[in-house]
Design a protein. Structure first.
Length: 223
């Protein structure tokens, strides 16, 4: 019995799954390479060698180094936004809610250090690649809605006296969590302390919550 070439090919759905797995593998390795070497220093040849594919195949899926880098950024930011959508603090009192949000942000930054590196690298490039991504432009920031609801509840309950802006509060939380990871090496060299060492983790995690709660309660301000 002769089997035709058409009938010997895998079904379209299976080919699609294989393609998606390949693209996911490329993105995973590319994220590590860009985080380690930056946009200019990362080599597509090295990415291809690590996953035993060809540079041509990577270009087939992503169209070039810049598009690959943008796809890595889109993936990294999409994961952050997905995490933000899982935050559920509506059942908590305002003070506990904002503290929980701060601690969850701390945890995420601690666990996703390549993301921190990618953000730092993209800031070196003045966000020129992010600006080219329609996906990132339309991704939104769910955490701002969460913070706004917490701030409104805190103002209504009297727990918060500071007239705070959701973006400012997001910046306050993110800057602490980001600095700890992004500046660990220079800070350690200058002050002799590894901010990411396990013995400091719980204290610093509490600190970011304490800082944002104190700000919202108006601690240290004249009344």
């Amino acid at each position: 019995m002769t089997v035709s070439a058409a009938s010997s090919r895998p079904p379209a759905a299976e080919r699609q799954r294989d393609a998606e797995r390949t693209k996911a593998e490329i993105l995973e390795v590319a994220q590590q390479e860009f985080a380690r070497h930056g946009y200019a220093g990362a080599r597509v040849d090295e990415i291809a060698a690590r996953i035993r594919t060809t540079k041509r195949m990577i270009y087939y899926y992503f169209g070039g180094k810049e598009r690959l880098y943008i796809a890595v950024l889109e993936k990294a930011y999409a994961e952050v936004r997905a995490m933000e959508r899982t935050i559920e603090v509506a059942h908590l009192a305002p003070v506990e809610a904002i503290r929980t949000l701060a601690e969850l942000t701390f945890d995420h930054h601690d666990l996703h250090r390549d993301f921190i590196k990618l953000v730092a690298i993209e800031n070196i490039h003045h966000a020129e690649h992010i600006r080219k991504s329609e996906a990132l432009a339309n991704l939104g920031t769910p955490v701002l809605d969460v913070i706004s609801r917490i701030l409104d509840a805190g103002q209504h309950s009297g727990d918060f006296v500071t007239e705070a802006d959701a973006i400012d509060v997001h910046m306050l939380i993110s800057s602490f969590c980001f600095f700890r990871v992004a500046n660990q090496h220079t800070f350690g060299a200058l002050f002799g302390r590894d901010m990411t060492a396990p013995e400091h983790r719980d204290r610093l995690r509490r600190m970011v919550g304490d800082a944002v709660v104190a700000y919202l309660r108006g601690a240290g301000t004249d009344t």
